[in-house]
Ligand binder design. Structure first.
Ligand SMILES: CSC[C@H]1O[C@H](OP(=O)(O)O)[C@H](O)[C@@H]1O
Length: 353
């Protein structure tokens, strides 16, 4: 797979692929301080639930290196403050808070500040490496599920650049291409910031996958006329009952899948599950700058001062989801029961994974 990695850590330096420059430029940014990481996440230079979590983890670790104190208590307070700041960059993807929580837990194991700093960094590297393995496993499980299905639709970008590597929803296409398993993918452009047109199309072309770009409003007509056989999407937060938050427009596709009686799959690592919430009504939905809708290339399209509603995500009810594909396996309804079975009895209600 010849797609540039979204996140690089060389032991000293954190660099990210600037996703706002894709697909026409491959540029990496070095993030040196916590504020750089916050800005990179907030401005979607790095985006995608898993990639956000990995980047924030490194951000917390590099930020902690700058805290010169011998007091472990003071150090832990600094880390808590930095983690809260990074966690405020975007509200919907649970991977952000999940990754930061893992690092904060590690600090509590430390006996002194130098050890705490090493533990933070080691945990960030661990999260990064785990995600690559998880995405590859999701791709393998998804290939099994998609057997006999060639024409598949997706929305947004749940691809390699949104993760450590391979992606979630796009993982089967990247892996399949390496094995001569052909797909015809129909990518929704994903207004208002075009993750589908800019990122998914580019990724799949890099992997030699047959990809066709459509506007979001073409989805129903395309499913019917092109005889789409399945829809597969990523996720930003999955509640205990299986309700799933993903890019705005995903709910539309789930309704269309039901109307056309085709399967609707969610692909996500277990780090995207948030068992502390019963259902999707508790998932915070990010609302972004109205100019993402009123402007194109910085120029106003709508009349100035137009009232705008710009939610970046929607929530698909579990009953519209055919299966959730994770690195640990595939789950189907009854999600409430099967999610806990999949994750083991240790994750009781109210615990994050
Ligand atoms: C595997 S990426 C998951 C998820 O994140 C994306 O949102 P954004 O581009 O705003 O970061 C999109 O919802 C993907 O499906």
């Amino acid at each position: 797979m010849s797609i540039p990695l979204s996140i690089k850590w060389n032991g000293q330096k954190l660099t990210i692929l600037d996703q706002q420059k894709l697909p026409h430029a491959i540029e990496y940014l070095t993030l040196e301080i916590v504020e750089d990481v916050y800005d990179a996440i907030f401005s979607l230079k790095v985006r995608g639930a898993p990639a956000i979590g990995i980047t924030a983890a490194y951000g917390l670790a590099i930020g902690a290196k700058r805290h010169d104190t011998d007091s472990l208590e003071a150090f832990q307070q600094y880390v808590e403050k930095d983690a809260a700041y990074l966690n405020s960059s975007r509200p919907t993807a649970v991977n952000l808070g999940w990754a930061l929580s893992r690092l904060k837990d590690k600090v509590r194991e430390a006996k002194n500040v130098p050890q705490a700093k090493l533990l933070l960094l080691a945990e960030a590297v661990e999260i990064h490496q785990e995600d690559e393995a998880s995405c590859r496993s999701i791709g393998e499980h998804a290939l099994v599920l998609l057997q006999g299905q060639t024409r598949v639709m997706t929305i947004c970008n749940a691809g390699s650049v949104a993760t450590a590597k391979y992606g979630t929803a796009l993982a089967p296409f990247h892996l399949g291409s390496e094995r001569g398993r052909g797909f015809e993918v129909f990518a929704c452009e994903t207004r208002p910031i075009y993750q589908g047109a800019r990122l998914t199309v580019w990724e799949l072309q890099q992997s030699g996958v047959d990809v066709t770009l459509i506007t979001d409003s073409m989805a129903a007509h395309t499913i019917g006329t092109k005889e789409i056989e399945a829809i597969i999407v990523g996720a930003d937060r999955i509640a205990a009952n299986g309700d799933t938050a993903n890019k705005i427009g995903t709910y539309n596709l789930a309704l269309l899948a039901a109307a056309f009686s085709i399967p609707f799959y969610v692909a996500a690592p277990v780090s995207t599950f948030d068992l502390s919430i019963e259902d999707g009504t508790a998932i915070p939905i990010e609302e972004r700058n109205p100019e993402e809708i009123t402007h194109t290339n910085g120029k106003p399209v709508a009349p100035l001062g137009t009232k705008v509603f710009n939610p970046a995500f929607d929530v698909t009810p579990a009953h519209l989801i055919t299966a959730i594909i994770t690195e640990k396996g595939i789950i189907t309804a009854d999600y409430q029961k099967n999610i806990f079975d999949l994750l083991g009895a240790s994750t009781g209600k109210g615990e994050r994974i």
